[in-house]
Design a protein around this ligand. Structure first.
Ligand code: SF4
Length: 472
């Protein structure tokens, strides 16, 4: 308890500069509570106040942690905070909804064990949510939803009634994540409530693009982005356009080209996330795709333990807390509800129950609490990139409740620090004229010391990649 309190006070003092734009008053209030936390005696009152302040500031995970330390029923704020987290969905949820499970392109790293085992790289003719079902679900969730995210793994724009769904949700803001391989009605989008459109790109040209988007067409993506950008200019409104890039071994040398692409296509921003193949993808795919740029910070995994199907994490790059399940449930096309968009854990089905029943079920409450206190205990959560951006980050740099990830077993473990680019891969890069890749891997010390970079490398030294060539 003392460690909690003292760390909290230290963190508040150090990490809440009162200059945070727009939040100055809240942070001033939090800072004013900090000295109370230094007292020797247990400060229920201060924790109660802190819970309220964190809640108002949107730091739900921390609010819940503080409130749980106050004896039940003693203070109204703390009790209602606990009640909110355990029994009622917060109003203002971000809800992810998959309206179509079909996909028109494949991925070499499927999201589920089942798809990986079957060898399927693409789903075809799976399930499409009927419009009437969508309307029924929307009736159940709309009072809690402040942002509706239409996202996969299926492709949203394959849904035959996608624009009717978008119109039906008005005026609730919508975020859509797409592979960009279906022609988008740009004018309809800019006149709708879609406030952000995210294109999964992961490349700046067709060669790199098709390695991760099997059967995909980079030009279609580029044309869609350019069309929506042009419609935005023409009508003076429309969604923010984001190009999202997962970084893997095959595309990390092209980070700069991906950055340039944002302006070239008229997008508003680019997002880069270290990609993480999972143990169920198997050693070959992990060797092929795991980012090598340890020095560049693209790889957040230290080891892959195949015997336990577990990832060992780079301790300094991760935080064990995650409050996403309190804010962002996902509803799959079959109605299954998972606690967050990245977790496979199903806690109910929206066709059978209300969101309130699902939210407050024992199974759901226990799972959310476990993840809030230490997400490492769930395999879905280990190395999850989504958790990086949540409130748990507040506590980084402290030792509070921090647990070391388990040491990988003696069985079959791949240590990524030893995973270097070998001669065979260098020969391949040379044969393709990919000098830029070699330069990048040299710079990040990712080339095996025994590998010989042949003289042929000199001949391709000046080869350059011109993403603009693919955009016309
Ligand atoms: S760590 Fe990731 S998978 Fe786990 S609950 Fe948080 S966001 Fe979801």
């Amino acid at each position: 308890m003392d460690i909690y309190r003292n760390n909290l006070a230290k963190i508040i003092e150090n990490n809440f500069p009162p200059s945070v734009p727009g939040e100055i008053n809240i942070f001033k209030n939090i800072i004013s509570v900090a000295p109370m936390l230094k007292y020797e005696d247990f400060q229920e009152k201060a924790l109660n106040q802190l819970a309220r302040l964190f809640l108002n500031a949107g730091y739900f995970g921390e609010a819940y942690k503080a409130a749980r330390l106050v004896p039940p029923g003693k203070y109204v704020e703390a009790s209602s905070c606990v009640n909110l987290f355990e029994n009622f969905p917060c109003r203002g949820l971000t809800v992810n909804l998959e309206i179509d499970a079909n996909n028109n392109i494949g991925c070499p790293l499927p999201l589920s064990v089942k798809t990986a085992e079957s060898g399927n790289i693409s789903t075809q003719n799976v399930e499409t949510m009927p419009l009437a079902d969508f309307k029924g679900i929307w009736t159940k969730i709309k009072d809690y939803t402040s942002l509706l995210v239409l996202a996969g793994p299926g492709e949203t724009f394959l849904h035959p009634k996608v624009y009717e769904i978008i119109d039906y949700v008005t005026p609730t803001p919508i975020l859509i994540e797409t592979n960009g391989n279906v022609q988008i009605d740009a004018e309809r989008i800019v006149h709708s409530c879609v406030k952000e459109l995210i294109f999964n790109v992961d490349a700046a040209d067709q060669r790199v693009y098709e390695k991760f988007h099997i059967g995909g067409d980079f030009k279609k993506v580029a044309d869609n982005v350019k069309a929506v950008s042009a419609a935005k200019k023409a009508f003076g409104k429309g969604p923010a356009l984001t190009l999202k890039h997962f970084l893997f071994k095959h595309n990390e040398p092209y980070l700069e080209e991906m950055k340039l692409l944002t302006n070239q296509l008229g997008a508003d921003m680019a997002q880069f996330i270290g990609g993480i193949p999972r143990p169920f993808h198997g050693e070959n795919l992990i060797r092929e795709f795991m980012p090598c740029g340890l020095g560049a910070g693209n790889c957040r995994v230290a080891s892959v333990d195949f015997a336990n199907q577990s990832l060992g994490l780079n301790d300094d790059l991760d935080s064990p807390y995650c409050s996403v399940p309190y804010l962002n449930p996902r509803i799959k096309v079959n109605g299954d509800v998972t606690v967050c968009p990245s977790s496979a854990r199903v806690v109910g089905n929206i066709y059978d129950n209300s969101l309130l029943e699902i939210w407050s079920s024992e199974k759901s409450v226990e799972l959310k609490k476990e993840i809030l206190s230490n997400r490492y205990q769930h395999s879905d959560c280990r190395a999850c990139a989504r958790a990086q951006n949540n409130f748990g980050r507040l506590f980084e740099g402290t030792v509070m409740e921090r647990e070391k990830p388990p040491t990988p077993s003696e069985g079959h473990t791949l240590w990524l620090s030893t995973l270097k680019i070998d001669q065979e891969y260098i020969d391949y890069l040379v044969s393709q004229g990919l000098s830029k890749d070699i330069e990048y891997f040299k710079k990040t010390n990712a080339i095996h010391p025994d590998a010989v970079i042949p003289e042929a490398f000199q001949a391709i030294q000046n080869a350059t990649v011109n993403p603009a060539a693919y955009l016309n």
